[in-house]
Ligand binder design. Sequence first.
Ligand SMILES: Cc1ncc(COP(=O)(O)O)c(C=O)c1O
Length: 442
Amino acid sequence: MRNKNTPINYQAVTNSINELNISNLSSATIREIVKVTNIIEGKTNEKFIRMEMGVPGINPPEIGTQAEIEALKNGVARSYPMLDGIKPLKEETSKFIKNFMNIDISATGCIPTVGSMQGGYAAFLLAANLDPKKDTALFIDPGFPVQKQQFKVMNHKYTSFDVYDYRGKKLLAKLEDILSKGNINSIIYSNPNNPTWICFTEEELQIIGEMANKYDVLILEDLAYFAMDFRVDLSQPGVAPYQATVANYTDNYILLISSSKAFSYAGQRLGMLCISDAIFCKEYDSLKERFGTASIGYTIVQRILYALSSGTAHSAQYALAAMFKAANEGKFNFLEDIRDYGKKAVTTKKMFLDNGFKLVYDKDIDKELADGFYYTISYPGMDAGELIKNLLYYGICAISLSTCGSNSTNGLRICVSQIQHEQIPVFEKRINQFGKDFPINK
Ligand SMILES: Cc1ncc(COP(=O)(O)O)c(C=O)c1O
């Protein structure tokens, strides 16, 4: 008989789940899990341990806020921003990429977008129009579900595979198999990865880069969690080690660097879309035909971004320029506060594991995964839908891995960003009770 004496009122949770009218919570989107959690919190006045959405849990750096206030006071709100961004931001981004990735990209190719969300959209749109024979994008999954939604909005084709079974050298044969069909225009992945927090090794990045060269495919490297592989210290400008990147192995790339997580600046919606110098001026007949402009750089800026939002909020650009400048000059260690995510991951992950949970994605080949923004869990004997549902009664919410393109039918993504340190004892108590209430049959 199931224990109905749960940390959150049993009946209130049951009613709220029924109200949402989703038969299986494993297919619920992040926003739907947010909604059901809000309903339960409203009904019970109990606070949840929110592990569903990647909202940064850290205050934005003062340097950014001050620069933005100053820009507003100087009246930047009056005028339209240039489509390709303000000069100081472009220059500081180029330096930032050199300092923290050891990669050279000219300031011209560093273009602000309304979050990496928009940068991705623009890059996907471009990639699909380079060659009529190449009508499909390839996601190395698991991935960030909203990007698939962007494909649906555009009615573009994509294919994907779960990288779980294709780590290391196995990645080569898998990519060969897919790319040799000749219909792939681009490869998309995030590194560190949302939702699993795997980080590709140099060998894997080299494979991806070499495949991009062999099959003339554009790599869209999503660095939403820039430098957040906390196993290594990536915080010192101009000093190795650097953020790992495919840019060391191919020229066919666009990098997406978001201010949301590494700089806790999600609310101002600013990301940088950075186009490799080698392809910025590269021309394509099909771009010319569709947009009237042949080159990659010109088409992205003067056609696609112009049509999408006509530039990016002026004041936020000044904020990011100031934060990059301070980081470039060694005056601001942008990872210092952010490392707290790693600490919360260590503590909460151990609590899950001590209570019978398993990690789903557990290794970078032979290395333990880094501790950062996300990790993945499962519970023996429960599929993802049951696990999400059962955890709601214990005041914990998360999303399923299957919504992120994972083959796992029982895994959940856990995000540590919103949990406050003061909540950890509450989390521990709840997860201990969960472990006791659902004994594992050995
Ligand atoms: C992998 C990945 N890409 C892109 C984004 C969106 O970034 P932004 O807030 O800059 O639009 C996120 C945000 O969670 C993400 O996880």
